[in-house]
Design a protein around this ligand. Structure first.
Ligand SMILES: Nc1ncnc2c1ncn2[C@@H]1O[C@H](COP(=O)(O)OP(=O)(O)O)[C@@H](O)[C@H]1O
Ligand SMILES: [Mg+2]
Length: 349
């Protein structure tokens, strides 16, 4: 397409050069941002979106095509009015421009509705799972107790093996049930800490468990302290990072398995139930095979797993814990480039 045909589109389109600066803005873009084409031209595109550092950080990769099409919802300032937009960064090949950014206005209530709906669905699902878990827990105790009595009565070693299996499997199930019931306590053990304390703990744990994976820290030291439940946020980030490590471990064809934990400050981000002026974005990036396509829509639902030995509880718990802090967990995935983001709103302490 040439420049003139972009002008005919009713969707706002910005054409970018290698550096992520606007080379051309169409008429719809002038209207959306309500500034002239001349003012738009030459601007680094992320500035148009409220100097969102997390976005600025991902743009070079998006322009280089490392995300396929990068999509993000965010809030921009327009003549002092705040509007929600949905952004798609499409890398271009064999064209005078490096990438195209399409910007669509979204009705804020539709977007919040979408996130709220998901949040409600997850809560309902977890609720019924917990009920089920409670139902299973009692008889399980009975089965285990009876197997123990039986074992004590039996003098035959060959039969002990069977009671051993019953007891071990009952214990395994009980462990699973406990994990399903665990996050019920809604009260957070709040304290003030720096998010990097959590990142460092995750680093140590994952390094010990997966010594062959290259772990990189990319921290923004200026990220302010958060107030929250240290143990739950640690668990959330650990679950996400271990998933990345497991995905890498199960793909031996990857020569240099790599995980990067990155922290940044993000602005005007849409969360589960509201938008945050200021938020901490912790990204866990890996160069593994990506989330299997069939799982993507339901990834945060409990019991959804792509691994033979998986429980499918890790991400559902991570999402629940982060949402208890008013935040959200999101992801983008492609073969060789997967990113999970924990977004934690920062309120004035
Ligand atoms: N970084 C990742 N790369 C590829 N697949 C992933 C990644 N993170 C999560 N997944 C997929 O999501 C599934 C669900 O994860 P999770 O809820 O933690 O349950 P589990 O780890 O027990 O399977 C995993 O089984 C895996 O298929
Ligand atoms: Mg997991």
């Amino acid at each position: 397409m040439d420049v003139a045909s972009y002008d005919l589109l009713s969707t706002a389109v910005l054409l970018l050069n290698d550096d992520g600066c606007v080379e051309h803005a169409n008429t719809a873009a002038e209207e959306l941002f309500s500034i002239s084409r001349r003012q738009l031209t030459g601007q680094p595109v992320h500035r148009l979106f409220g100097s969102d550092e997390a976005l600025a950080e991902r743009l070079p990769d998006a322009i280089a095509g490392r995300f396929g099409i990068l999509r993000q919802d965010l809030v921009v300032d327009r003549r002092g009015e705040r509007v929600a937009v949905s952004l798609a960064v499409v890398p271009l090949d064999k064209q005078p421009w490096s990438a195209l950014v399409e910007v669509r206005l979204i009705e804020n209530h539709i977007l919040l509705g979408r996130h709220q709906q998901l949040s409600k669905e997850l809560t309902a699902q977890r609720e019924s799972l917990r009920n089920l878990a409670h139902e299973v827990k009692n008889p399980l105790g009975g089965i285990r107790g009876a197997a123990q009595l039986l074992e004590a009565e039996l003098s035959n070693d060959a039969l002990d093996e069977y009671t051993g299996v019953i007891i071990a499997e009952a214990d395994r199930l009980a462990g699973l049930i406990d994990r399903l019931i665990a996050p019920q306590g809604e009260t957070l053990q709040q304290s003030v800490f720096n998010i990097h304390e959590i990142c460092e703990r995750v680093h140590t744990l994952v390094k010990a468990e997966f010594p062959k994976i290259g772990l990189t820290r990319d921290y923004d030291a200026s990220v302010p302290d958060v107030k929250g439940d240290f143990a739950r946020l640690l668990q959330a980030l650990l679950n996400i990072t271990r998933n990345a490590a497991q995905a890498l471990n199960e793909t031996p064809s990857i020569e240099t398995p790599r995980i990067t934990v990155r922290t940044r400050i993000g602005r005007q981000l849409l969360l589960a139930t509201h938008q945050a002026k200021l938020a901490i974005v912790v990204s866990v990036l890996d160069n593994g095979p990506g989330v299997p396509a069939g799982l993507r829509d339901k990834l945060f639902h409990p019991l959804v797993t792509g691994r033979a030995s998986g429980t499918g509880l890790g991400l559902s718990l991570a999402q629940e814990f982060v949402q208890q802090h008013g935040g959200i967990v999101e992801f983008d995935t492609l073969a060789g480039q997967t990113e999970f983001r924990v977004i934690l709103p920062l309120e004035p302490l």
